[in-house]
Each structure stands twice: as C-alpha cells, then as structure tokens.
Design a protein around this ligand. Structure first.
Ligand code: AP5
Length: 224
C-alpha cells in the first residue's frame, strides 16, 4: 500500500506555538492533527494505565518513554484517515529514536518523507508564553492570559468548558522541559537538516505573523 498524503512535522521547544500553529495548517491542508501531548493528556484525564504512567513523567517535565510514545504514534499513523488525508505531527518525534521509528513506520506504510518545520524562538519568550498559557479542559483549545485575557476558572468561549493551567506549566516544570528539549529534542534539527527535510520559521511575533510564515514554509516543502 502506498499513500501520497502529506506528512508535516512541527518541531520546536515547548511553548514555541506548535499547538497554536497546528490549527492553521490542519485547516489549510485538511490534515489529521496528531498531538502526542493531547493523546497523553486524554489518557491522564481518563485515568487509564497509560495515563497513570504518563502523568508521572509529564508533571515532572520529563519525556514519556520512547517505547510508549512510538507505540501510540505507529497505531495512529496506520489509521485510514491519516493514509487518506495526511497528518500533522505536533510533539512527535521528540528524540532521535522516535525519529528513526517514524521513518521506518512511514516507509512501511508507503508514505512520503515528512516536511519538517522548526519553530525557532528564544527561551525568554518560551517561559513567558508557557507561564501565561491557559487551556480548555473540554475542547483542548489553547489560550493565553496576556493576549486572550482568560484565566483559571473562566469558561471557554469555544465550548463552555473549564479553563485551567497545565501542571507542567508551573515554573519548575518549564525549566525542566527546556533542559530536556535541549538534551533530547534539539538534536532532531541536525537529524532532519542532514536529510534535507528541515525548514526553519521564526516563531516570535504575533500568532497571525507566525501562521503566515509557517504556511509559506509548508507550501514550499510540499512543492506549492
Ligand atoms: P506537549 O503537549 O507536546 O508539550 P510541548 O511540546 O512541551 O509543547 P507545548 O504544548 O508546551 O507548547 P506548544 O509549542 O504547543 O505551544 P502552544 O501553541 O501551546 O507535551 C507535553 C508532555 O507530554 C511532554 O512534556 C512529555 O512529557 C509528553 N510528551 C508529548 N509528546 C511526547 C513524545 N513524543 N515523547 C515523549 N513524551 C512526550 O503555545 C504556548 C502559549 O503561547 C499559548 O498560551 C499560546 O496562546 C501562546 N502563543 C503561541 N504562539 C504565540 C504567538 N505567536 N504570540 C503570542 N503568544 C503565542
């Protein structure tokens, strides 16, 4: 079986805006949005065995073990919607082992090599964005205290769900996530650069400015 459906990866440090930019890309190319963070948070909310294991790592700002996340991603990629419409990967891969497993899975599924967009942003911007991020418990929408004015306990303007702050958006966990990012995820920039798959986008500036640059990069990567 082969599929010509696009595969797009959003790389970047925590808080770079991967989840925020995913919306624009998914809409533009009708991609299936696969966020390993969202899948893991759903498992935590449901209290499944996977969720219980993941929560420990996530709250501490650590990565969930490769074998767990690779299993989740492989299963999701093999589904018909991805094969037909293509996929936007947000938060996966995050280690070299995950990138290698992804390349193998795409090969086995007969899918195209990915277009990889790296959202580049300074650490001080990351810390500011994450410490002021708020999310909806109902629909998973992403907000920001500074730009959207929503705070913990407010109702989500999209679905009426409860607005909350992620446990891993507390100062200590943010510091650890940045440390883990540089140690384990940043090497993926070189990995994809060597394979001629990497496109870099400056991710400072407004959401709309970054969306414009990100869409342009993906269009270039997909060949127009
Ligand atoms: P995950 O949910 O993937 O977290 P992350 O990669 O750390 O990314 P974030 O969700 O924190 O940030 P983002 O880049 O999506 O930014 P956002 O758009 O929200 O993973 C969570 C945890 O799950 C991990 O720590 C790990 O434990 C585990 N996990 C997940 N995947 C894994 C994997 N593959 N392997 C192992 N473990 C895994 O934006 C942030 C804020 O900034 C928001 O408030 C937003 O409104 C605001 N904002 C965004 N863009 C702008 C802009 N241009 N201007 C102003 N504000 C902006």
């Amino acid at each position: 079986m082969t599929s010509n459906a696009p595969v797009v990866i959003l790389l970047g440090p925590p808080g770079a805006g991967k989840g925020t930019q995913a919306d624009a890309l998914v809409e533009r190319w009708c991609l299936v949005h696969v966020s390993t963070g969202d899948i893991l948070r759903a498992a935590v909310a449901e209290g499944t065995p996977l969720g219980l294991e993941a929560k420990r790592h996530m709250d501490a700002g650590e990565l969930v073990p490769d074998e767990v996340v690779i299993g989740i991603a492989r299963e999701r990629l093999a589904r018909d919607d991805v094969q037909t419409g293509g996929v936007l990967l947000d938060g996966f891969p995050r280690t070299i082992a995950q990138a290698e497993a992804l390349a193998q899975a795409l090969g086995e599924l007969g899918m195209r090599p990915p277009v990889v967009v790296n959202l580049e942003v300074d650490d001080d911007v990351v810390v500011r964005r994450l410490s002021t991020r708020r999310m909806c418990r109902g629909c998973g929408a992403i907000f920001n205290l500074q730009t959207d004015g929503l705070d913990v306990g407010d109702r989500c303007p999209k679905c009426g769900g409860e607005v909350y702050q992620r446990d891993d958006d507390k100062a200590e966990a943010i510091r650890e996530r940045l440390r883990v990012y540089y140690a384990q995820t940043a090497p993926l920039i070189g990995f994809y650069e060597e394979r001629g798959l990497l496109l870099s986008v400056a991710a400072a500036g407004s959401v709309e400015e970054v969306s414009g640059r990100t869409i342009e990069a993906v269009a270039q990567g997909l060949g127009g």
